[in-house]
Design a protein around this ligand. Sequence first.
Ligand SMILES: [Zn+2]
Length: 377
Amino acid sequence: MCSSGGIDPDKLHREALVADLHCDTVLRMKKGFDFSVRDTSGQMDIPRLREGGVDLEAFACWIPGDTPLDSCVARVDLMLDSLHEQTGRHAGQIAVCKTAAEAEAIVSSGRIAAFLAIENGLAIADNLANLRHYCERGVRYMTLVHTSSHDWCISSADTSPAFDGLTPFGEEVVREMNRLGIIIDISHAGPAAVARVLAITSDPVIASHSCVHALCPHDRNLTDDQIAAIAKNGGVIGINFFSGYLDYRFNAIADSVKEEYKAEIDSIDALYPNDYGARHKALAWLFEILDEHQSQLDITIGTVVDHIDHIVKLVGPDHVGLGSDFDGVFAFPKGLNDCSRMPAITKELVGRGYSEVDIRKILGGNFMRVFRQVCDR
Ligand SMILES: [Zn+2]
């Protein structure tokens, strides 16, 4: 059955290359984890990626901002080991891509392309040799910073930055990423850092999982000026599905619920200091409470597409994509609670009158353009 403009959204979604620029599922990949098994305590696994028509998934190896420098590499290597082990074990269904051409070949063979990424430049432990090491292991984008600033890059959450965005070493990191062919991810970076990156990079950048500041004034989101600068650079912004970056009202609710259950949350945090997956499972009841509250706010798939619309109206259809943050955040819009629900976005885009060409760009084409430009040379 066809909907508006004669486009069948399900068919278009199936045929288009759908890329999700950010998930934290690797945090669940501890001993005993099997990615080929549906596990609804998280938001992503192979069966649901297939149902959701996701062709390329970017798996971020995240390290917290308090990780000691001398244990960063071992920690990231463990996560990369898990990703290589899982993709190796399920090679008939998923494979690591290091170039856009490889990704396209994997997708044409009916499999999912796994894109390896690092979230938090702290991971290189102030040493460019570690960046080269990660590149050799298949990492193709690195988010420069996370929620706390480190030695060479200021976070968007930092209200009293110790330096102006990037240090000279931070600039060296940017140049080395350009030289190696690793995509620079400016999500989480403070405004001065973003400006400096855009001034010196010779490649397009991504914001793998950020939303629009004009619609939700959170420090994690991009202002219209930043969006324009990223478009000028040829980059892409992956819209984050976290309710708190989509609609600012959600944050007040989350804060009050967290305050109300502080003792319970603290005791779970103490039980699972280094096991995100177990912590997430133990907090399932809290996420349900938050979900009930957020349903009153009417945060929907339409809200996600409002953020897409804003960017398209501002800079055209070539600079926006999807960056779910599945398995990394705790509240999602109604009807978008796991990766199997991705076709709903295509349906909404079709319903709003987007052309097939533009929808293909948003679903994955724009990211593939950047991937090819940075990594296939
Ligand atoms: Zn993040």
